[in-house]
Design a protein around this ligand. Structure first.
Ligand code: ACO
Length: 466
């Protein structure tokens, strides 16, 4: 019998970010940079970071067990599990295998999928794999599950304020409220050394920041052109930014998102789209003959296009910026945390709307794709997804540390990176019930995790007592 597979997409979501963070304003003072460089110049408010008791494995265990529990999904109903991450701790052993503990307990080891890695793009590759599986002839009728998990940390210097940490889990299946428009994908992939991790003794990347900014914008242009031409091919009309209700970008820091949307507006101007108004045309006209390379270097064009796109940016992009500005770059989870922000801010009004997503991973891999939304039925309704994720509560209950504590934590983690035979403090006083945490690493580099008691309010317990 043919299985029903209409409206394949995201049925449910959960997000987790560490409760520990540092304010960017305080980081500006600590780093001795000019006031406003991180908050206005990069557009960031706050940066989350993992302390010694959390990492990408613990965050992914936390987010998966929370999703299964909150939506009452039987672990036996999962048939594919894909992880996107660029923080691969055990190198050859996937994070996915760690997550199998949750399913093994319930007698389910029949789960395909491993990890996908390419900088911040791995989560999108994982998502495409799951969606393609549900749409394929090998689908067995069970759910797919996608996990994006990363801890973004940089060496001291200009890239450090663009760190962050989070994990996002997405349940995939038919009859979803967040439906993939599978034919509308524009991809651009090429070879470039803008950001990579060649030093296996360090968690920090080698990064050419300026090159990565230009690569990101070039990839965006290329994906947008391909996305528009797919739309024209299948819909028989021109695509412009007026054909989508929201645009969600991979967000290393907010200023790049502002520049990206302005760049789409400039593309629409060059493509002579009717959505670009007359006064905006006049402002952009002087830049119409720049070559591609010149246009990426032109500060005047950047300013002019941001100015004319500002009003639409506020409507179509700003609702996606909440979590990325508060948590920072979450690498693979960043794009999906931005999407979660739209669900959080606009969940009551999203039925029937189109959301365009832009995924970028250095190296480089990038895709623009889109979702069509419908309200959906409980528990897989947009309003329930927003309520389950409870973003306001998660943001408000965080604990602000000073920059000194952040730097001290980075130093400890540098020392611990790749190390064996150590115990963590097991201090779970800041972690919510149900959160997984690292307890120790043994002489064979094997890692051990425990979970904060679910029924007890861990904040009332003395540290190290769970
Ligand atoms: N008040 C207001 N704005 C300021 C101030 C100030 N006091 N000081 C500087 N600025 C502005 C600058 O004008 C600049 O704005 P602009 O981009 O509009 O010109 C912005 O703040 C940043 O300042 P720069 O001097 O350009 O910053 P710097 O070169 O020191 O570092 C960078 C920025 C390159 C993004 C760095 O943080 C980095 O390498 N990050 C990691 C790489 C990255 O995130 N790349 C993005 C895509 S790849 C990925 O996702 C990992």
């Amino acid at each position: 019998m043919e299985m029903e597979r209409k409206d394949v997409g995201i049925l449910a979501m959960e997000i987790y970010f560490p409760p520990t963070c540092v304010q960017q304003e305080a980081m500006e003072v600590h780093d001795g940079v000019s006031r406003g460089k991180y908050t206005i110049g990069l557009g960031q408010d706050c940066m989350a970071f993992c302390t010694e008791v959390e990492d990408v494995i613990s965050m992914s265990l936390t987010v998966v067990s929370s999703l299964l529990e909150k939506y009452k999904i039987d672990p036996k109903e999962i048939g594919r599990l894909e992880v996107g991450s660029e923080t691969v701790i055990d190198k050859s052993k996937s994070i996915k295998t760690w997550l199998m503990q949750i399913f093994q307990e319930h007698g389910n080891t029949d789960i395909e999928g491993v990890d996908s890695t390419n900088a911040c793009y791995g989560g999108t590759a994982a998502l495409f794999n799951c969606v393609n599986w549900v749409e394929s002839s090998s689908w067995d009728g069970r759910y797919g599950l996608v996990v994006c998990t990363d801890s973004a940390v940089y060496a001291e210097g200009p890239a450090r304020p663009t760190g962050g940490a989070a994990a996002v889990a997405m349940l995939i299946g038919p009859n979803a409220p967040i439906i993939f428009e599978s034919k509308l994908r524009g991809t651009h992939m090429s070879h470039v050394y803008d950001f990579y991790k060649p030093n296996l003794a360090s968690e920090y990347p080698v990064v050419d920041g300026k090159l990565s900014q230009t690569c990101y914008l070039m990839a965006l242009d290329s994906c947008y052109k391909r996305f528009c031409s797919k739309y024209e091919k299948f819909e028989g009309k021109q695509f412009s930014i007026s054909n989508a209700d929201y645009f969600v970008f991979h967000s290393p820091y907010n200023k790049l998102v502002q520049k990206s949307f302005a760049r789409l507006y400039f593309n629409d101007f060059l493509r002579n789209c009717s959505s670009v108004e007359k006064d905006a045309r006049e402002i952009l006209e002087p830049y119409s003959n720049l070559t591609g390379d010149e246009s990426y270097q032109s500060r005047e064009l950047e300013k002019a296009s941001q100015q004319v796109a500002k009003k639409i940016y506020n409507e179509k992009v700003q609702p996606s910026t909440l979590i990325p500005k508060q948590v920072g770059n979450m690498y693979t989870a960043s794009l999906y945390a931005a999407f979660v922000s739209v669900l959080h801010n606009k969940n009551n009004t999203l039925g029937g709307q189109r959301i365009v997503m832009f995924s970028y991973g250095s190296g480089l891999s990038s895709t623009m794709f889109s979702f069509k939304l419908k309200e959906g039925e409980h528990p897989f309704s947009l309003s329930n997804i927003a309520s389950v994720m409870n973003v306001s509560q998660k943001l408000e209950s965080r604990h602000m540390f000073g920059p000194e504590k952040f730097v001290e934590t980075m130093k400890l983690m540098e020392h611990r990176y790749g190390a064996k035979e150590y115990e963590t403090s097991k201090d779970t006083s800041l972690l919510s019930p149900g959160t997984f945490y690292l307890t120790h690493v043994d002489s064979m580099y094997r890692r051990y995790y425990a979970q904060v008691e679910k029924t007890v309010d861990c904040k009332s317990l003395p540290s190290g007592n769970q």
